[in-house]
Structures are given as C-alpha cells and as structure tokens.
Design a protein around this ligand. Sequence first.
Ligand SMILES: Nc1ncnc2c1ncn2[C@@H]1O[C@H](COP(=O)(O)OP(=O)(O)OP(=O)(O)O)[C@@H](O)[C@H]1O
Ligand SMILES: [Mg+2]
Length: 638
Amino acid sequence: MSIKKESRVMLRLNFEISSALDKFLSNRNISAKSVQTLDEVTKALTEKSYNVVVTEISDPGDTLTKLLTKIKSISHTTEIIVVTDKEVEISEDGELAKDIPLHDMVYAFIAKPINENYLATLILKAVEKTQLADRPHCENSQKTIPKETRGTKGASDQAVVLSASVNSLNSAVTITDINQNILYINTAHEKMFGYSTEEIIGEKSAVLYPADDPSGVSGKIYEAILMVGWEGERLGLKKDGSAFPMYEKTSVIKDTDGEHIGIVSVIDDISSRKTLELALKESEERYRTFIETAKSAIIAIDEEANIILYNPAAEELFEYKTDEVRDKEFFMLFPEKHKDLLKDKHTLKNGNKDSFEPGLMFESEGLSKSGREFPIEVSLSRCKIDGRFVLTAIIFDITERKHMETQLLQSSKLAAIGELISGVTHEINNPLAVVIGYSEMMLEEPDLDEESKKAVVSINREAERARKVIQNLLSFARKHNPEKELIQANDVLDTTLGLVNYELIKNKVNVIQNIDPDLPEIVADPNQLQQVFMNLIMNALHAMEDSTKEKDLTILSKIKDGRENFVQLIFEDSGPGIPADILPKIFDPFYTSKPKGKGTGLGLSVSFGIIKEHGGDIYAENTGSKGARFIIDLPITE
Ligand SMILES: Nc1ncnc2c1ncn2[C@@H]1O[C@H](COP(=O)(O)OP(=O)(O)OP(=O)(O)O)[C@@H](O)[C@H]1O
Ligand SMILES: [Mg+2]
C-alpha cells in the first residue's frame, strides 16, 4: 500500500487510539486531526478536505444517518470509517434507514474493541481509494460505476473496472492483510459463504475454513502462501456452519518495495464437481464390481476386434489370464471352423452393418487355452466411447444346457419307443405263451415219432428265444422295476470284469483300473448296473477288435468333480472313437453300426434307460487321443 501524496485523516476516537494512529499515519506521510464532537467533524470538513473520517458512534440510528449524510454532502469523496460498540446491532439487510444502503456511505464499519493494526490498515486502504478516485482522467466514469462503487465519483477507470470485474467474477475473492484480517470480499464471496461484506470485514480469514479440515492445509497454508502462494482443494466453511469443498488459489500482494502487504485468494465452490466425481466413482465402482463378479464371461473388443476388457469369469471359461489375451484378436477364443464366420459377422471391422450387430445373440463354440471346445451362447451389445465403437460380448457356457437338451430328447425318444414296444410285446407274449405251452404238452406225448419230436423241440426252442427277446425289449421299455439296494459300484464293476475276463484276454485287451477305494456306496440295482457295465465293456471290445495298436480299456471310478453327491464311472477305450455324425445317434434304440445280425442297437439305449431310472446321467465323448469315452454319473443318495 503506498500513499502517494499528502493526505488527511480526521479521527474522532478515544485519546489513546487517536494518538497511536496519529503516530502510525504521520510515519506514512498522512496528517491526522483529532476532534471531539460531531460538530467539530463537519466544521473541519468545511475548512479542509479530508480523505478519511474515522468516527465512533454509539447510536447507529438517526445520529449516524444524519452524520453520514452531512459528511457526504460537504465532501462526497471523503471515505468514512465508523466504529461502533460491540452490542450495536445493524439491521440484517445492512441498511441503516430506508434507501440508504450502508455500503454506499461507509467505507468500513468496525466493532469495538478496536484492533489498532486493523483500523490502521483500513485507514490506509481508504486513503488509497480516495487517491485513486482523485486522478483527473477518470472523471467520466460515473455512468458505468456499478452499485457497489457508487459514491466514488471521480474514481479512476482502472479502479472502477477492477472493482466491477472482481464483482462480476463467479469465483469468490477474499483480500486480507498480512495478519489475515479480511479487508475485502466480492459479491460472489457473499453468495458462496453467506456473509455480507459488513459482517466479514475485519474478521480473521480463519472463519472461512473449518478447524478440522481433513486435507490438513489450514495449518500449513499461511507459511506457504507467504513464500510462493498456494493452490489446491480444501474445505470452506459457510456462515450457516456447513462445510463445502472448494478450490482455492492464493497469492501474496506486495507493495512497490516488494514488501508483503496482504493476501488475495480466489475461491471456486467445487461441490457439484465433487458430487459428480463421487457419483461417477460410485457408478464406476458398481460397474467394475458387476463385471468382476459376473458369472458370465464378459469381453469387450475395439473396432479392430482386439480384446480390451476381459473379466474373471472369462478367465475361468477360456483358461487364459487377462494379460494373455489383452489386445489380442477376439477370434482366438473360437475354434478354427468358426473363425471365418465370426470374422464375417464382425461389423466393426468389415463395415457389414447387418451381421455382427448389437442385440445379436448366437450359438457357437468356444476354444479354451488347453484346446477344449465347448458350446457357447454369445450376446452382443455395442456402445461408443470417445467416438470409437466398443462391442461387448457376454458369453455363456451352454455345455450343461446342451447336454440336458440331448438327454431330454433321448429320454423322450425312449419313452415313445418304450410305449410302442410294451404294446407290441404284450400282443406277442400271449401267442408265444400258447406256442410254448402246446409245444411242451406235445413233447410229453408218448406216441410222438422221433422226427415230429425234433420239430416240436425246435418250435419250443425258437419260441423260448423269441420270449427272451421280448423280455429284453420289455426290460428296455422299463416295465421291469429295479430292485435297488445299498451297493458299492466298485464291487459291481469287479463282478462284471470277472464275467467278461475271458473275452478280454482272448482279444488281448489291457484293462487299466483307476478305482477310488473310498468311493461312497450308492442305492442301485446291481444286476441292472452290471448290464450297463457289460454293454459298455463289450462295445469297447468290439470297437477295438480290428485295432492293430495297443488295446487299452481304462476304467475309472471317483467322486464327480465339483459335484460331491455323485459318483462317476468312466470307460475309455483306444479304439477308433465315434464319428461326429454318429455321436448324437448312438443312444437311439436300434441304432447300430454293426453288420446285420451282430448287434441289435439296443445296448446303449437300455443302458441309458437304466441309468436314468437311477437318477443318473450317461453320455459319450471322444478322447483327445482317439478312442471313445463313456461317462456315468450316479447320485450317492436317492
Ligand atoms: N466304444 C465305442 N467305440 C465306438 N463306437 C461305439 C462304442 N460304443 C458304441 N459305439 C457305437 O454305438 C452304436 C450303438 O451301440 P449299442 O451298444 O447301442 O448297440 P450295438 O453295440 O451296435 O448293438 P448291441 O449292443 O445291441 O449288440 C454301436 O453300433 C457303435 O456304432
Ligand atoms: Mg452294444
């Protein structure tokens, strides 16, 4: 603050303060005149011009209004500083009397007890203001002076523009002296913090900050700003006691000698930005959690079909870690046979808008890192991020669903054929019973000649054979009730192997057993299970019959992976495997690839019926190294 030319200040204060101020002001080339009464004030004003009048007033009512009006009418450029008793209340809207806004008349309004330094600073500021207003080239600026600066007739363009500019800012501006006493706030500050200029001037700037700001800047800030200025986020404290996040920039004000004379700070309320940031963070968090915990694989790809997002469920399904697939082509997750089709469908890459479009859902096959192919369902959606298209694929592993579908189909086929068979066998059983009965009666006939006897024996044998076939068909049609008991599947396996041992040795088949000795017992019909095991072993044996390489039959028993209430039995051979086009048909009744008369094509369908009857599951697949694998799952408790 520099006082350029001789200035005068009138003091109507108590003696002690007056003399202290007198000394302070004369050191700064300002002459001070002390007066006692209000009359003396007006008298002195008519004799000489004064830049500033400082007066104590105990009655803010009429006396003050009259005094202010009088002073302004004698010298409207004189700035007035009013000192009141602490108890003196100023009306809330800052007006002393109707149509006389306080800030139009009074430069500053301070309450006792007087802080001498603060008052001295205020006086200097007021003097400075009058000097700026005194400059000759700013006479015409009155027209454009905003409300806040009215009364400063003759103020310089610079000062007016400066004041108007600061007031038009959306940012709050606080100016304090070096001791952090507030000297000035702008209009935005009033709105932001809720204090009027009158009530905040002279207060410590600390009232604008909560004592417990978690950012911790409050304590350190003062030192920092004196050196270099400060910029950052911290909390502000409104008049109503509520805290709000703000962004503050402070810098030191220096006089022409480089001496620090005050601090200016520009403040922006960043509550809405913070709320937005928080909402964004929360939504990102929700989105991330959704992606991370989703049961389905979620993969996002860019316009080049390169993977940009790959969730933990995708890691599990495809066995690749995120790092192994990031920025790699999406198509690496599909078997060769599907790649071309998918590439064709990839809208983003080939511009074919109709094919790989969002909302599209299709079935395909996935390819895992270990080479496993599995059925999947892919659902696509597309969004635009930063002007680039991102395609998101949600991928479901539908192995289980496909499996259920085929099993259901198989069951319904069997049920239909079962109905048919039981009807037909009933019709055949009766005539067969007659044939068998009469042939037996005839064989007891003593007069029967040898040739006739041979013929009747033949009739009886063939009719018996037919009855056995009918019985088999009936057992297939599941009209036969299983006799279930608590058994050990390993034991049934043992007995079955004993029965076919001779056949196996004759055909040079190595039986490799991998049996879990602690396999839990199950409730099942041992004879029926034996029939199933026998069918599978015989099928394997037939499949390997013509093989020139090692004939291996591997039998496994264990608790099913991931489903502890199921036992699993696996029969694996080293035969030619099952051709892909035949695989869906092998459980069909009467389907056989064997030459006429060699197979009935009922073995697997009977086995299927039995296992289903036991609440289990039976299915076939090809092993990686040729050969077929039959898997049976049976529930431990029924
Ligand atoms: N281990 C296997 N390896 C290759 N193909 C198999 C195997 N097991 C079954 N198959 C195929 O499944 C078909 C159906 O088998 P299924 O046991 O139902 O009838 P089958 O063996 O032909 O006749 P049946 O069992 O009545 O003597 C077989 O004909 C064969 O083509
Ligand atoms: Mg068979």
